[in-house]
Design a protein around this ligand. Sequence first.
Ligand SMILES: Cc1ncc(COP(=O)(O)O)c(C=O)c1O
Length: 398
Amino acid sequence: MPQQARALRAEASRADFLPFHVPAIGPEEIAAVVEVLKSGWLTSGAKVREFEQQFARLVGAREAVAVNSATAALHLALAAIGIEEGDEVIVPTMTFAATAEVVLYLRARPVLVDCSRDTLNIDPAAIEAALTPRTRAIIPVHFAGQPCQSDAILALARSHDAKVIEDAAHALPAWDGARMIGGIGDITCFSFYATKTITTGEGGMATTDNPEWAGKMRMLSLHGISHDAWKRYSSEGSWYYEIINVGYKYNLTDLAASLGLQQLKKCHAFAAARRRIAEAYNDGFADLAEIQTPVCRAGVQHAWHLYVIQLELDRLTIDRREFIEALRQRNIGASVHFIPLHLHPYYRRTFDYRPEDCANAAAVYERIVSLPIYPGMSDDDVADVIVAVRNVVEGHRR
Ligand SMILES: Cc1ncc(COP(=O)(O)O)c(C=O)c1O
């Protein structure tokens, strides 16, 4: 939008509410789901296999195992590498509930560590300080879609014979140098939850180069039985199966996979749209001393699942809650990612965490605001967000 028109609208709110997120579902997705509905096979079958193959090819991994959430993928990844009671798994505090709770499913201990203040990604120095002889895995989260420092994290893990299970719920597609996220760590877990960069409604994928782990995750994802339902009931399979282990009901459906296959085709176009919005925001806020725009590490390609600004609260007369409320009054949806895990009652109560144990995360938590960023936003929507943010800042300068 031209600068002049933007200035003219500076005081105005949008007429309608701009949601924080809207999934990008087109006629192709709808047709693909209808085709599966008519096919006679709704649950895990040929569409899931195709989705796995195409996903593995996209990220450069040997194997991809489709499941019904990233939480399930993370759980199975930890089970596949043999995490058990008494083990420690290093998890960033700046993440969603799922990243740490899967460790607790296996009766191991999540050891929460701090983030860097600028990127909000897990801090390798904090990992190093948390390593013990009991550390069996590290779960870096590529926060907002920006790759963590993979080489440093892999080196730290190897120094303690630990595995790296990447939480890439935000990071499709993203690159650390020339390597795409999904083909770097021991196992990488993606999310296709409704708000993620591609969606199947609910869904997830675990990628790995290790066929043994992939086989174990596949077996555990469907009750620990030796053949999946597709093989049992289709013409290529038999009625016979064996329960090899206690498993879970984590399989993805063909309905969801058909949606995922269409979304996968658009993955790079979606990413380009998100990148354009991030660039527009960076430009739109560049002269505001009250706002720190996201800091990107050189040499990485960010997936821009989230666009998280940090408020310079000492330059404003309002706090973060009031800032989000002021955006809402201007018809702009916003959110917060994340409330650090070590501040939540469960973790404080169970592991005796205090805010200062992860001081960077506790400090930035007060300042972070996630702005809308999704491919369905028009140029006017993006301009409206910029205008609203500027308007709130200008009206509340200290
Ligand atoms: C960092 C992170 N990890 C894991 C998850 C869990 O994903 P899912 O909802 O697919 O289980 C999320 C979901 O928001 C997330 O943000």
